[in-house]
Structure formats: structure tokens, C-alpha cells
Ligand binder design. Sequence first.
Ligand SMILES: [Zn+2]
Length: 213
Amino acid sequence: METTTKIIERICPNCHETFKVKVYDNLNITSNVEMKSKVLNGSIFDFKCPNCGILFRSIYSIVYKDIEKKYIIFLNMKNKNYDKKIKKLEELYPEYKIRNVSDMMDLIEKIYIFEVKLNDKIITYLGYKIYEDMTRKLSDMKSPIKISKVLFDSFNPSKNQVNFGALNNVQKRIFISATYTDYKTLQNSPKYIQCFKENPGECEIDQNWAKRI
Ligand SMILES: [Zn+2]
């Protein structure tokens, strides 16, 4: 699971020049720890046009691996079928969590969740419940604010807080907290215990997954 690169083509949004550029294909963050901040702030996806010099962001597919914390996240921007690759990895590394996401924000969210050693399934479910609750309240209030997604923000065990941020149509920073007690209650709930376990082949842990359980 070493770091590898690939050559991709980008088109400048300003002067429309097409150029080739080397980017990461597999990124082993344990041996390239200097890249972590660039993934977390998105700048790993920034390009500079060789013709006009403009800077722009353009997300590409990448496989992010953390050997220390034992997880692999596929950021899948082309709807590529990774099923075979994932299955092989599951066999090779049965103790790893493997996830498949199609949005940069989702990749960053997963990294933040695994960084603080929380279960992303419980967090995704909690986030979805907050999303449902807020959407209902805003609609009852006839508010113009619409929430598109609720993402994990941070974990503060000393304050018993699990913090989330709500992406919305008015570009406001909206933060909501659940308690760590809520998290623990879900974790120990006999109703959900099976859902929150690792199941082979179950790699897309997102709002749709939360809706189904
Ligand atoms: Zn350009």
C-alpha cells in the first residue's frame, strides 16, 4: 500500500489551456504525513495553470490510506467501480475499515472521524438524525434556510460533546452538538448493534445508508 502517482489532464477554467499534471493516485498518509494538512484543507486538489498562472481547484479520485489507524478511503470522482479492488483489500487487510465516498467534504469528514477514533457509522447516523430534525424545524418555522447535509466537525469528550456543522443554502456557519452520551447510547443499543459493526462490502456510509437502517 505504497504511495503512487498518476498523470491526469486538467483544463484551465480561465484560458482553457489543457495541461498534464502529476497527482497522487494512492496516498499512504503514514509515510507522507506532510500531505495530511493539504488533504484536510483541500489544497491537494489545487492547480496552477502553466499558461495564465491562475489557481483553481479541481477534485480528482484518490485512495487515502492510514496504516497506523487502519483505514482506507476511496474518493471516487468518476463513478468508477471499485468493488473488485475493495474486495481484494478486504481480504488482504481484514482489520481495516474501507470506505467509498464521492465528495471531497465526505473524505475530509471521514478522516476527522477516524482521527478521533469514533465509529463513522454511529456519527453518520447521528448526523442524519440531526439533519432530519433541523429540516423539520426549519420548515415548521417557514425559514428560508435549507440544510443540504450535516457533517461531523469535532469531538470534545471533556464537555461530553460531539459537534456537527450543517451545510446550507445561505453559507451560514451553523453548528449543532449532540452529546457523547447520545453516541454511547446508540453504540450500546441492541436495535442497532448489528448495523454499527463492520460488514464486508459495506463501504458507502453516508446519508442514504443512515436512511436505510
Ligand atoms: Zn490558464
